[in-house]
Design a protein around this ligand. Structure first.
Ligand SMILES: Nc1ncnc2c1ncn2[C@@H]1O[C@H](COP(=O)(O)OP(=O)(O)OP(=O)(O)O)[C@@H](O)[C@H]1O
Length: 347
């Protein structure tokens, strides 16, 4: 069953258009993620769905019920939608249990709060106040509070942004598991591609008020529709290519083509940094390059290179198990590659 459907959705702030024809479907029980840079309209999109901002045109439909069609809007409190804001926004003077049970009918409160404390792994901490919890624990309370009335849809607005990297990764895994266990349909907005890829069943890239591409994390990472989506999902080397059947002729030689976004005879071959190989000596298909920098990241080194000759971008990024000092190296590429159009969206 379809959970949420947005059709040709438009929204403005004053006279400025912010959402410019959003089409998106989130299946019931799915975890979806809206990914895009700061200011692209992610929060506005959540606010329109939640009922805190009007649609200018188009439709928001949840479980078959029209919530907003640009003329008539169902009030936010009647939408059965939960929201977890960036900062948790807990009531500081209430206990954890009282925060979670805040909007619940008295008769159900004790039992439901107990269930939720267990669900989010905070059993035994119900009598604490928010300031006696860590940042991650506070966000779990915010999640439990939003889940308490069993919302038909849960919206998460960058809920891990204030946490440090390790805790962020741990908490997003926990939250995804909790939502799956509860069978909740949810939309997370974030500008962090790792978060989107690891959290969601469906990722939608928001660009200039429209969905540039929506699909599984695997599809978006390996088969982006264009160069800009390729870059939003992770570091990308985009190398001019001439296509002949299932082969792409590039400065690295001829590489097998796995898939192509709709494109003509010429395109850009997507080479993720792990597809580039560095050697100290010349190798077939390898291009001479200058090592500009090498960053140790624990599991590997991120190497920035300036290739010589023509037909390649100014800078290439490779991930290597070995460190490379400044100086010369040879870079080769391993296919198969995905090819995107070279014109629109390739900036
Ligand atoms: N209340 C407002 N009045 C006027 N313009 C606004 C208002 N709120 C947001 N905007 C503008 O609308 C656009 C989208 O803002 P929005 O907050 O939805 O983006 P976002 O993708 O959530 O950004 P961030 O990741 O920084 O939170 C931005 O250009 C912003 O300046």
């Amino acid at each position: 069953m379809t959970g949420l459907t947005l059709t040709a959705l438009h929204a403005t702030h004053g006279r400025s258009p912010v959402l410019d024809g959003i089409d998106l479907t989130v299946e019931d029980g799915d975890l979806a993620c809206i990914l895009g840079p700061s200011g692209c309209g992610k929060s506005t999109l959540l606010r329109v769905v939640a009922g805190f901002h009007p649609a200018a045109a188009g439709q928001v439909v949840l479980h078959g019920r029209v919530l907003d069609d640009g003329r008539r809007r169902l009030p936010a409190e009647r939408r059965n939608i939960g929201l977890v804001p960036q900062d948790g926004a807990l009531f500081p003077h209430l206990t954890v249990a009282a925060n979670i049970g805040f909007g619940l009918p008295r008769a159900q409160r004790r039992e439901r709060v107990g269930e939720l404390l267990e669900l989010v792994g905070l059993g035994g901490l119900g009598e604490r106040r928010p300031h006696q919890l860590s940042g991650g624990q506070q966000q779990r309370v915010a999640l439990a509070r939003a889940l308490a009335p069993r919302p038909g849809l849960l919206l998460l607005d960058e809920p891990f942004a204030a946490l440090d990297a390790a805790l962020r990764a741990e908490l997003r895994r926990e939250v995804a598991a909790t939502l799956r266990q509860a069978g909740t349909t949810a939309i997370l907005v974030t500008h962090d591609q790792d978060e989107a890829l690891s959290f969601a069943d469906t990722v939608a890239v928001l660009r200039d008020g429209r969905i540039a591409q929506a699909g599984t994390p695997d599809t978006l990472y390996h088969r982006p529709a264009d160069a800009s989506v390729a870059r939003v999902l992770g570091e990308a080397n985009l190398v001019p290519a001439e296509l002949t059947g299932a082969r792409a002729r590039t400065a690295f030689g001829t590489l097998p083509v796995a898939t192509t976004a709709p494109t003509s005879r010429r395109g850009l071959a997507l080479l993720r940094p792990r597809q580039l190989r560095l050697t100290a000596d010349p190798a077939p298909g390898a291009v001479r390059a200058r090592v500009l920098g090498s960053d140790f990241r624990g599991h590997d080194h991120r190497i920035e290179l300036r290739p010589e000759g023509t037909g390649l971008p100014d800078t290439l990024i490779a991930y290597s198990e070995l460190p490379w000092g400044p100086g010369e190296a040879y870079v080769g590429a391993a296919g198969p590659v995905h090819v995107v159009p070279e014109a629109a969206g390739s900036a």
